[in-house]
Structure formats: structure tokens, C-alpha cells
Design a protein around this ligand. Structure first.
Ligand code: GCV
Length: 663
């Protein structure tokens, strides 16, 4: 039986799957071959499209056509295609998608949807498609119970959680089903459903409340999305009444084995655990004098009989640092903790590493840990939720940043995308907002993440084209050009009016929105810029600084070591330099700060007026929401400009070379 297409509740935006995106498929004759739950999903999709657009769908036909589209399981063999790959071919007027697994067929269908009419034209062709990374996952930092400081979703800017409200499961699973469909259409195949900061209520999802997770898993399963759970390392104590959570303790091991067995009883295709241990106050193996490999392997052993994976986060650093202590450098921490453990992790333990050494700033170097643990399965973590990039009130399309990260090559020539053998993960940016992502244009980040996880070396601009043509199927060129104009450069624009040259932070403490140049300067979090009357930046050189630059291999260690060879955009991450230091651009640091801050605001003004001209081409609700957010972005960008420029003018006493007003 074809599975009906999930209908999101009234008023919820269809995002990149509006009905019109299916016109090309829905107006044709399609044959579907094969059986299995995901084949029913595919059948349901085509059936729904045909009802709208007048086409016809036949299942396992005896009648032999002719068909415009054949979607079928079989033929090319699992060894070639895997569970998720597919071939697409065109011959004699028929487009054929063949997969050896249900997920592959589903991805093949969405491939045809993306191509639209182009899937049904042109001469003979044949292509094989595989995801480069087997795991393409979103981590939801959703709390079950509302947290007094962090609310329902930690660092969430799109309303409440899709799964939880006020301490319990929301139950409206239609929205979750529709979410799974959107995820499948951009290639995402896994999510974790709760915050990595596991509070008391959330901890119980592992035991007596696992049924609530099972319901979410069931809603996502038809779209090939597996469910994972964040767990507390202290669960045996918190939930099991044991006196210890020591990973080498026999009773602890049995407790995890039994708890995990029960999870699989409830969710047979459960993906595994995500763990934040010894990080920002979360419990971990250090309390028992054990290593993080011993901690991770405890959970890996419990998951192993069922084929599950533990995602062990490498975000381990001293968050109670004394700002006077110049010997501790937070940027060094992940590498220092985990490189010595390379080779000690179980095969089903994945070390999940943030893409930069600090914390999702608008500009950071790539984490040196990513290139330094060849005997460890590694996942790279990105942040789609815009904690430090405008909190979905500012337009900041992260495709170009993520693409730079994924293409970065460490010493052995392996790119970050290739190193991420354990998968690519992003912190989710969605919630129960009618537009899913708060800012409607932030949908592009979610879509882009999925597509880059499928193909890390994809051109981000081409991915944006896909997003535009799916989301706005009848877009005139003027709309597509306008969307590119406001999105393409938006990350660099944001960078221009916020913290300069890779120095990071300068945000308001706690909520992290808006400027506060010294907000974290005297805090315990290890995030300092060291600006004084003469200069700014963190000396992370080996010669005279914290030695962080030495964590890289060739050529990066050498390049980052000297201000002469360090790329401009990372200069203040690696070096403390005088305001008069001349950048490769030919400008002094201080003049660069002034110029970029003026330019950044001008670029927001420009984007705002481009958006205004698109009224009439975008539906009024969406247009209005974006226009409203642009007003706030402009206000905030001006605040950033004026605070940052005034701060550095007052510190340095150097006037703007162009004589503009600095307060
Ligand atoms: C979930 C940053 C965020 C925290 C987040 C943490 C993490 O510090 O501000 O909200 O906690 O990263 O990645 O664990």
C-alpha cells in the first residue's frame, strides 16, 4: 500500500517540498518496482504527485508501458550501490532509477524531483550516485522540560521543539513525519532527539521514557531517518541507583548493556548514543581517573551487539579558566586530550569534533584534531543553528563557510570531508516555527548541510540553486538572482560587521546575540582577544605564544606560525599584532576594522533593498517575515559597527583614514 504523504499542520511552510516541485514527476507515467517499506514511501510520493498533476503510477506492472519514469529495486547489485546509492539512466525516452535498497530508491526519487523537467530530456546517459558519507546527521539540542536559562531548545531560534513541550512528548507526529520527509529530500539520514546537555528529565528517555523516543523513531522511519539519543555518562547513578559510573566497573557495564538492550527492544533500528562528557559541567570518565577512550568504549560495547554507534564529543576543555592564566589555551584542548588516544577507540565509537578549535565562530581555522587521529573514526560537527552567526534574525548562509572547511586539506592531503568517515553532523536549526527555521532564508542552511553531507566537495552555489528551484518552483530569473544576491555573500557580510580577522567572540555573554567587545574578556571561558592600546589578537605561535599553531602539520603549522604568512582572515586568531600591522590586503589592521565594519552595514542596507524589490515575487507571509528580520539585522549590524569601531578607536587613538564618524 502506498504510504500517504505526510501533511504538515495548516499554516506550516512546505520549505523545499512545495507541491509544485513535483510537477515534472507528477505529470508523467511512472512504473515502480520492488517491495519494502520505503518503496511504499516512494509510491506514496509519486501517487500524490500524479493526483495533483494528472500523471499515472503503476506498480510492478504486467503492462509494459511505455513509461517515462521507472523507479525500481534490483538490478545493479548491493555491492555496487550500497543501501543508499542509486543509478539514474536515460534511454529510449525513459528515465530509470535503480537502487538496491529502499533508501537508495527514495534518494533517487528526490534526485529526479530536483532535476524536474531536465530529468526527462536529453540523450542516453547513465550515472551512479553514492553519498560520500554514510552518516548525515542533525543533533537537536532540544530539552524535554523547559530549562530555566536555555528554554525548550538550547541555542534554538525557531520556536519550541518539534518533539517535546513542557516536559513531555508533543505527540503531533504529523509535523515530525513532514520533517523526516524534508530531511530525506536533502539526504539527511539520522537525528538525535535531545540536548547533549542531558538534564534530569531528558536522562529518562534512555529508560522508562524510551517509548516517547520510539514514537519519534517510528514517524521518521518511512523517510529513512534513524533516531539517536543523547545520554548522560552518569546514567547508571542517576537512573540505575548504582554508586558509580566508572567505565571499568562490572556492574556499570552490565547496566549499560541491559539499558541498551531495552532501547533496541523499543527501537530496533536505533542509531546509537551521543555523549558530551567532561565538558561544560557534564559528567564523564575523568571523575574515575579513566580516559575518554575507556568512557566511549563502555557505551560502544553496549551498542555493538545491535549495530549501534556511540558519538563521543571532543568538546572537552577547561571552562573554569582564570583569565589571568596565559598558559592555558582553549584552542589547544581537543587536540591535547584526544590525539594521545588515537587507536584506542572501539570500531563503533565515533569521535565527534567541532569543525573549529573554539566554538562555531564566524571564522576559525579548521580544528587540527581532524587531521591528527588517523586510527579513529571521526565525525565533523557543524552548527546550523546560528548561535554566533546572527541567531536566525540575520541572514547568514553558511554554505561557503562549510564548504571551505570540508575542502581544507591537512598534511596527508586528505580533506576534512574525506576525514569525516564517521559522518557529518550539524546542530539543528529547526523548531516548531511555521517556517521551520525562524528566518525563512535559514532553511537554505539546513538544505545545504544535507547536500554537503552527501557530497562534501559540491559547489555550495549549485546547492543553493537547487534549494531555490525546489523552494520557489516557478521563480522568475529576477527572484532567483535576488535570492543569490542576498544569500551568496551573507556569511562574509556578517563577518565584516562582527569580530574581525578571526579573533572571535565579542558577543554578549550568555545569550551570545549582539556586540560586547569585552563581554568574555575577563570570564572563565577561555575566549579572549587581549586588545590593549597597542594591538590585538592571541599569540598562538610556537615561538612566543601558546604553541597551538604547532598542532598542525605541513604546510599549515609554518603558515600559521608567522604573521607574514598567516592568512589575513585568521591573523588575530594566531597572532597579537599592532594596530598598524599591514595586512596582505595592503591595509593596516585598524583601517581594516573600520572599513569592514562600514562595508558590512552597507551590504546589509543593500540586501534589505534587494529584498524589498522582491515583494510580489515571494508569498506575502514569507516576504514579510524576512523584511521584518532585515530591519533587526540592520539595527544590530549598526550596533556592531559602532561598538567595535568606537572600541578600537578609543583603544588605539588611530583615526579612520577616511574621516568617517566614529562615536
Ligand atoms: C549544548 C557552546 C554552546 C552551548 C553548547 C556547547 C556544546 O558552548 O554555547 O550551548 O551546549 O557549545 O557544544 O556542547
Amino acid at each position: 500500500m502506498p504510504l500517504p504523504v505526510p501533511v504538515p499542520p495548516e499554516g506550516v511552510d512546505p520549505a523545499w517540498l512545495p507541491p509544485a516541485a513535483f510537477r515534472a514527476v507528477g505529470s508523467r507515467r511512472t512504473l515502480i518496482r520492488g517491495s519494502g517499506p520505503l518503496v511504499e514511501t516512494v509510491h506514496g510520493e509519486v501517487d500524490d504527485a500524479c493526483r495533483r498533476f494528472g500523471g499515472r503510477v503503476v506498480r510492478d506492472a504486467s503492462d509494459d508501458g511505455p513509461y517515462d519514469l521507472v523507479l525500481g529495486l534490483g538490478a545493479d547489485g548491493p555491492e555496487l550501490l550500497g543501501e543508499e546509492g542509486f543509478t539514474s539512466a536515460r534511454e529510449g525516452g525513459t528515465t530509470t532509477v535503480t537502487a538496491s535498497g529502499g533508501r537508495g530508491l527514495l534518494y533517487g526519487l528526490f534526485h529526479v524531483v530536483r532535476l524536474g523537467e531536465a530529468a526527462f530530456t536529453g540523450g542516453p546517459s547513465r550515472r551512479t550516485h553514492h553519498p560520500a558519507l554514510a552518516l548525515r546527521m542533525l543533533d537537536h539540542w532540544d530539552n524535554v522540560a523547559v530549562h530555566p536559562v536555555m528554554g525548550q531548545v538550547e541555542r534554538g531560534y525557531a520556536g519550541g521543539s518539534l518533539f517535546w513541550r513542557d516536559g513531555r512528548a508533543r505527540g503531533d507526529l504529523d509535523r515530525v513525519r513532514a520533517y523526516g520527509r524534508l530531511l530525506a529530500a536533502c539526504g539527511i539520514n539520522a537525528i538525535s532527539v535531545n540536548n547533549v546537555n542531558v538534564h534530569a528529565t531528558e536522562a529518562r528517555l534512555l529508560t522508562d521514557r524510551v517509548g516517547e523516543v520510539a514514537a519519534v523513531a517510528e514517524a521518521l522511519r518511512p523517510y529513512g531517518v534513524r533516531t539517536h539519543l543523547s545520554v548522560s555518562f552518569a546514567a547508571p547513578v542517576l537512573l540505575g541507583g548504582l554508586s558509580t559510573a566508572d567505565p571499568l566497573d562490572g556492574a556499570v557495564r552490565s547496566w549499560w548493556a541491559e539499558a541498551t538492550r531495552r532501547v533496541y527492544e523499543a527501537i530496533p533500528d536505533f542509531g546509537g548514543y551521543v555523549v558530551k562528557a567532561d565538558s561544560e559541567g557534564q559528567p564523564g570518565p575523568f571523575a574515575y581517573g579513566r580516559s575518554h577512550a575507556e568512557g566511549a568504549n563502555l557505551l560502544a560495547a553496549a551498542l555493538e551487539p545491535f549495530g549501534g554507534t556511540v558519538h563521543w564529543r571532543a568538546f572537552v576543555y577547561d571552562h573554569r579558566q582564570d583569565w589571568r592564566d596565559r598558559t592555558t589555551d582553549r584552542a589547544r584542548a581537543a587536540y591535547d586530550h584526544f590525539v594521545p588516544l588515537d587507536g584506542e577507540f572501539a570500531a563503533n565509537a565515533v569521535l565527534q569534533v567541532k569543525h573549529g578549535p573554539m566554538d562555531f565562530q564566524v571564522r576559525e581555522p579548521v580544528s587540527p584534531l581532524i587531521g591528527a587521529v588517523p586510527r579513529t573514526r571521526l565525525a565533523v560537527e557543524l552548527q546550523a543553528t546560528q548561535e554566533y552567526t546572527g541567531q536566525q534574525r540575520h541572514v547568514c548562509w553558511l554554505g561557503p563557510m562549510w564548504s571551505e572547511v570540508l575542502r581544507f586539506r591537512h598534511e596527508d592531503g586528505t580533506s576534512v570531508g574525506e576525514s569525516a568517515r564517521g559522518g557529518l553532523v550539524a546542530v539543528a536549526n529547526v523548531g516548531d516555527d511555521p517556517f521551520w527555521t525562524g528566518h525563512p532564508l535559514a532553511q537554505a542552511n539546513l538544505y545545504t548541510f544535507g547536500r554537503l553531507a552527501w557530497q562534501p566537495d559540491a559547489e555550495p552555489r549549485a546547492v543553493l540553486d537547487e534549494w531555490i528551484s525546489l523552494s520557489f518552483p516557478d521563480a522568475p530569473t529576477r527572484l532567483a538572482d535576488g535570492l543569490h544576491a542576498v544569500l551568496d555573500g551573507s556569511w562574509r557580510t556578517y563577518e565584516k560587521y562582527t569580530a574581525p580577522l578571526g579573533v572571535g567572540f565579542m558577543v554578549q555573554p550568555g545569550h551570545h546575540y549582539g556586540p560586547s567587545v569585552d563581554g568574555y574578556e575577563y570570564s572563565p571561558w577561555g575566549t579572549y582577544h587581549f586588545a590593549d592600546r597597542d594591538g590585538i589578537g592571541v599569540d598562538r605561535s610556537v615561538a612566543s605564544g601558546t604553541g597551538f599553531a604547532g598542532q598542525y602539520g605541513t604546510p599549515w603549522a609554518g603558515r600559521y606560525e608567522s604573521p607574514d604568512t598567516c592568512p589575513d582572515e585568521l591573523l588575530l586568531f594566531f597572532h597579537h599584532v599592532p594596530y598598524g600591522h599591514v595586512l596582505k590586503s595592503g591595509k593596516t589592521v585598524i583601517q581594516h576594522i573600520y572599513d569592514t565594519h562600514f562595508e558590512g552595514v552597507e551590504e546589509v542596507e543593500e540586501a534589505l533593498s534587494v529584498w524589498a524589490l522582491l515583494a510580489g515575487l515571494v508569498d506575502p507571509a514569507r516576504h514579510g517575515r524576512v523584511a521584518e528580520r532585515y530591519e533587526e539585522q540592520l539595527r544590530s549590524a549598526r550596533e556592531w559597527r559602532d561598538q567595535v569601531n568606537s572600541y578600537f578607536f578609543r583603544k588605539s587613538g588611530v583615526p579612520d583614514g577616511r574621516g568617517r564618524l566614529i562615536h
